[in-house]
Design a protein around this ligand. Structure first.
Ligand SMILES: [Zn+2]
Ligand SMILES: [Zn+2]
Ligand SMILES: [Zn+2]
Length: 145
């Protein structure tokens, strides 16, 4: 299922309208495979002349998160970063609380254990996000020198 079909279905289900702005934002989010923050996304849209307000960008991002198309991650300084989920191989993150660098990893054993935990609780997992906060190698090097 394409991200558009999935998002439109979510909007319909929750009684929200498919607006031009929401379509523009969705398209922009899925053109990049990188982590981004809400302001970056807003500036990209503005640069394209998409005519979308900052508030709409924030609200639509929240909808994309709720419909599991986009993942939101808190950074060390309280800011948030996003990435789209669909069309991305699943991965988890190590986040440096000093430079906000994000390292991606995938560990089959962690995935399996999470599945096991869900089974124990008779819980049907829809998605998960694994964030490990710490200090990266480069930042630790800077501190010690
Ligand atoms: Zn995972
Ligand atoms: Zn760092
Ligand atoms: Zn990522």
């Amino acid at each position: 299922m394409s991200e558009e079909t999935k998002f439109f279905e979510y909007l319909r289900r929750t009684g929200l309208k498919i607006t031009r702005e929401r379509k523009e934002i969705l398209r922009e989010v899925f053109t990049s495979h990188r982590h981004f923050d809400a302001d970056e996304l807003f500036l990209r849209l503005k640069g394209r002349g998409a005519g979308v307000s900052r508030a709409t960008v924030y609200r639509t991002l929240a909808l994309l998160v709720r419909s599991h198309l986009v993942r939101k991650m808190e950074l060390g300084d309280g800011r948030a970063t996003y990435e789209h989920v669909l069309g991305h191989p699943h991965h988890d993150h190590l986040i440096c609380i000093q430079c906000n660098r994000i390292l991606e990893f995938h560990h089959p054993e962690i995935e399996e254990l999470q599945q096991k935990v869900c089974e124990e609780f008779d819980f049907k997992m829809k998605s998960h996000s694994q964030q490990i906060y710490g200090v990266c190698k480069e930042c630790r090097k800077k501190q010690s020198s």
